[in-house]
Design a protein. Structure first.
Length: 196
């Protein structure tokens, strides 16, 4: 975040906050450590129960306000996202003391150009997550019994693309917490300060 974001100002601009958030999301897709790389994804199951899990942000497009992550087509989250595509993603960076709650709509991609291109960019060692014979969450007697079937190739590999509609940003600081709601609708950005 910009250094001046912690200073008190009668009418601070949200533009530096927006630019820093977009920069942090872009940095999350690069190799190395980032407080926003591993995020918690919350979705709702068809029976109404909430489910939260950690996913890895794989790409972010600031022009389209979309981010992507990968999953297995057999994962329970696919049924959840088909039932209710509106999701929330949360990250917290312990270094900058910033929390982001991202609201967006999930679009599921299987066996299309996006998944083929993404699959080609995954190193061989990373493909094993999508090559198990049993679906994610299956009961097994021992972790050593997990078997990979390389003949599956990208059959179950799925890309989830999230169209971001809002980001609720919170910065914790001894100089005073700050919170803002940033929204994107039809390519237009707006924002407002909120009580932390």
């Amino acid at each position: 975040m910009p250094a001046d974001i912690d200073r008190f100002s009668p009418n601070p601009s949200l533009i530096p906050v927006k630019e820093a958030i977009l920069r942090n999301l872009k940095n999350a897709t690069r190799k190395g450590e980032s407080g926003q790389k591993l995020v918690s994804l919350a979705s709702v199951a068809p029976d109404g129960t909430p489910h939260v899990r950690t996913v890895v942000i794989r790409s972010f497009d600031a022009d389209e306000m979309t981010l992507t992550f990968f999953t297995d087509a057999r994962s329970p989250k696919i049924a959840e996202l088909k039932h209710q595509p509106i999701i929330q993603i949360m990250s917290y960076d312990p270094v900058s003391h910033e929390q982001m709650r991202i609201v967006g709509t999930a679009d599921i991609h299987t066996e299309d150009e996006l998944t083929r291109k993404s699959w080609q960019n995954i190193p061989e060692y990373g493909r094993g997550d999508y090559l198990t014979r049993l679906p994610p969450g299956s009961v097994i007697s021992s972790p050593e019994l997990i078997q990979h079937d390389h003949t599956l190739e990208d059959e179950y590999f799925t890309v989830i693309q999230v169209k971001i509609s809002a980001i609720d940003w919170l910065k914790l600081s001894a100089q005073g917490h700050k919170r803002a709601l940033l929204t994107w609708q039809d390519g237009n950005f707006s924002g407002e300060w909120r009580t932390p």
